[in-house]
Design a protein around this ligand. Sequence first.
Ligand SMILES: Cc1cc2nc3c(=O)[nH]c(=O)nc-3n(C[C@H](O)[C@H](O)[C@H](O)COP(=O)(O)O)c2cc1C
Length: 396
Amino acid sequence: MHILLAVSGGIAAYKSAELVRLLRKKGAAVRVVMTRSAMQFVSPLTFQALSGNPVHTELLDADAENAMGHISLARWADRIIIAPATADTIAKLSHGLADDLLTTIYLAATCPVYVAPAMNQAMWHKPVTQENINRLIAHGVTTIGPGQGDQACGETGYGRMSEPAEICERLLGRPSEQCLRNRKVLISAGPTREPLDPVRYITNRSSGKMGYALARAALKAGARVTLVSGPVALAPPVNVDVINVETAAQMHEAVISRAEAHDIYIGAAAVADYTPAEVQPEKIKKQDEQVTILLQKTRDILAEVAQLPNRPFTVGFAAETHELETYALGKLTGKNLDLIAANWVGRDQGGFDSEQNALRVFWPTGRQTLAMTDKSHLAEQLISLIAKRCDEKNTA
Ligand SMILES: Cc1cc2nc3c(=O)[nH]c(=O)nc-3n(C[C@H](O)[C@H](O)[C@H](O)COP(=O)(O)O)c2cc1C
């Protein structure tokens, strides 16, 4: 396996030296590219000694046969890993800039590309960085991390580069087999908005990240994917049929009308349980000390899908603040689901709007825990579990 490691200019660059060592130990051939900033953190000599190859730093490569080192390096690589990936490099890649060797190789690459972001937690959470990383993910790049914990700057939070051992494992692990080849998968994601008047609505904290990660993972596993999405601030995944909706009623219509034409339905949306009984035609005025809003129960999309005559393999999500297992199992049997993925919300880690999550998965004859990891990795694990259970059900 040929691994091209691209190092950009962050404190975590020193960890990438260990990554080279681990990759070579596992038998991979490694070549290293460094940005100018990266060379201020670690000397190219370190990477040259560890990789056993000269380090590439300049776009213009007079030694290359045709002075186009970027093309030959992109062709040489079976996988490219950018670690650490700085906020700056992520921004450049997501906008197609190509003003140095690293960014030009990315544009010339046809192999799978991975990024391991590493930066201060405030830089990571900045909306523009989130937009940039989501755009890269939508373009097919796989993220590894970042993790959570103490940072070099003394702060704590998300932004730590994943440990070299984890990156090594993700890079050299077998590419996920196409376990959903020729399957049609319908996924609902994000929150709903239930209008009170022309300017106000009731919603929830769902970011849609888990549902979008599942859509990408299903696509990668060979499925044809339809994504019914509530309002989110995420770039639509490439090659996925996206249907945008706003209210629980619209999501109900969009899902029920398509469910029977799909093999699998994954209800990852946080659909409002209640909606205002009446939508005021004009903006509600601030007058009385207290107002009462009468709420009406919405239709249960998941339960209705599970009752369709030609129901797809039906997967639900349970986001709970307490008694996770009891509620999840109650939902599994009460709604006659094939599988349910449960997670804690309203805690310090994971859940809504978080970059990471852990899941406890239950089905009628078993259960499995998927440990805390980034949502894209978690989504791949869940998709492969769903594919396995679905195959077992079809052959039972
Ligand atoms: C001491 C120091 C540490 C830095 N650490 C990081 C970091 O961890 N992540 C990051 O995104 N930027 C970091 N920066 C800023 C980048 O080095 C800067 O944005 C640079 O332009 C990145 O260039 P590159 O992406 O081409 O490598 C750091 C800067 C300094 C001076």
